[in-house]
Design a protein. Structure first.
Length: 426
């Protein structure tokens, strides 16, 4: 890893990475989905309450992450608290999930842009997806300093249309605007609404994954985690309020932010928000291409769990072998069609796994008095575990099935590597 003074990521870039991780394409469509479960102003309250409920989870990541000045995040925490096997399980499923999410996101972005680029469905669009992934990977390979500038720029650009919508709502005096098209809304389901809001907040946990490349990480990690969650919470509450105020038929809207923008600011603002969807997808895609190889690096660090030198990092802070494999796998999945609807379901389960493992690791390390932790530092562990268990109860059976399959594949690879290592030693 680079010396501290040469680390390419500063506190602002880490904050931008966390915000980029949270604010994805989903928020452009989440307001109507939330309104179907918690109609009216109740959906605004759900966003606010969910942001507060996730504070202990963020605190668990902060109290653990600031003690580990290395890349890897939950993979490293699990290794320190529970050993190599637990670390492998967490890291492998995180990598597979990130790989699937990267493919699904870049594939979706390519498919959305294909008509405007004159690309026919099928192979032309698939090859365009490969080209997009290749371009993003080349930028990442140029160095983490450049990558940090790119994801920071994309984060700012994706926030501009949302800021414009917030500004239009403020200029209206935060008033309820008359709009046509009221839709029939089913009875409220507050638990389901909370789950939907939680998934809209996921992404802040990516920040500690590059702690080893971040200057003064013990200070930058709290800023990134607390700052991103607080900033996005306010953002989401105001955006949901704007949609509720301007769209009586919010639950039936297929593009709620764009529709709200049309009411509050006219067609120009609506088109600006639609453009923001593509920029947001590009920002998420780039962040995934940049961060996904880090999980593979954390697994292979020290050559303990994976072969082929995936633990190697360039002087520019890039895990180049891990990036190369990730690029190849994502391109291969694109050529196969990039249809990962089922595997994409792994993403939610994996995030919850990282929440739970981080909370348990914090508790275990604090009980043993390791890493300068005391039981007082472990206060977020129990509420974070409660939140995680509540969310896990809402997971679908197919998510557990897919996660089990991914783990089985990883265990086979790990056993093969261990057998090869033992053969060499004998």
């Amino acid at each position: 890893m680079p010396a501290a003074e040469r680390r390419p990521v500063g506190a602002f870039e880490l904050l931008a990475l966390a915000v980029n991780g949270i604010v994805g394409v989903g928020i452009f469509f989440a307001p109507s989905e939330l309104a179907r479960q918690a109609p009216g102003w109740g959906s605004v309250i759900v966003f606010g309450v969910t942001g507060l409920a996730l504070l202990p989870v963020a605190a668990a990541f902060v109290n653990t992450g600031r003690r580990f000045d290395v890349d890897g995040g939950p993979v490293v925490y699990a290794r320190a608290a529970f050993g190599e096997f637990a670390s492998f399980l967490v890291g492998w499923i995180a990598y597979v999930s990130a790989l699937a999410s990267t493919t699904a996101t870049t594939s979706g972005l390519t498919a959305a842009l294909a008509p405007s680029l004159g690309l026919a469905p099928g192979w032309p669009t698939r090859l365009a997806g490969v080209g997009l992934v290749t371009l993003l990977a080349l930028v990442c390979a140029a160095g983490l300093k450049l990558s940090a500038r790119v994801w920071t720029t994309l984060t700012i650009l994706k926030l501009l249309p949302l800021l414009a919508l917030v500004a239009a709502f403020a200029l209206s005096g935060f008033a309820v605007v008359t709009a046509p098209g009221a839709a029939t809304v089913p009875g409220p389901s507050w638990f389901r609404a909370g789950l939907l809001a939680t998934f809209a907040y996921q992404g802040f946990e990516i920040a500690p994954v590059i702690a080893g490349q971040t200057r003064a990480s013990a200070r930058a990690i709290p800023l990134a985690l607390y700052g991103s969650l607080a900033l996005v919470s306010v953002f989401y509450v105001v955006l949901q309020a704007a949609c509720v105020a301007s769209l009586p038929g919010l639950a039936g809207s297929s593009a709620p932010l764009a529709d709200a923008a049309a009411v509050l600011g006219g067609p120009g603002l609506s088109r600006f928000v639609v453009l923001g969807t593509s920029v947001s997808a590009l920002g998420i895609s780039f962040g995934m291409v940049a961060m996904t190889p880090r999980y593979l690096w954390a697994l292979a660090e020290g050559g303990r769990q994976l072969p082929f030198g995936f633990e190697r990092v360039t002087p520019a802070g890039v895990p180049l072998p891990a990036l190369g494999l990730t690029w190849g796998l994502v391109c291969g999945l694109h050529l196969l069609g990039g249809n990962l609807a089922e595997v994409f379901a792994l993403s939610g389960a994996t995030v919850l796994l990282q929440y739970g493992v981080t909370a348990l690791a914090l508790l275990a390390l604090a009980r043993r008095g390791e890493r300068g932790l005391s039981l007082r530092d472990a206060w977020p562990a129990v509420p974070a575990l409660v939140v995680t268990l509540i969310l896990v109860s809402g997971a679908e059976a197919r998510e557990a099935f897919i996660a089990s399959g991914a783990l089985a594949l990883g265990l086979v690879l790990r056993l093969a590597h261990r057998s090869r290592v033992l053969d060499r030693r004998s």
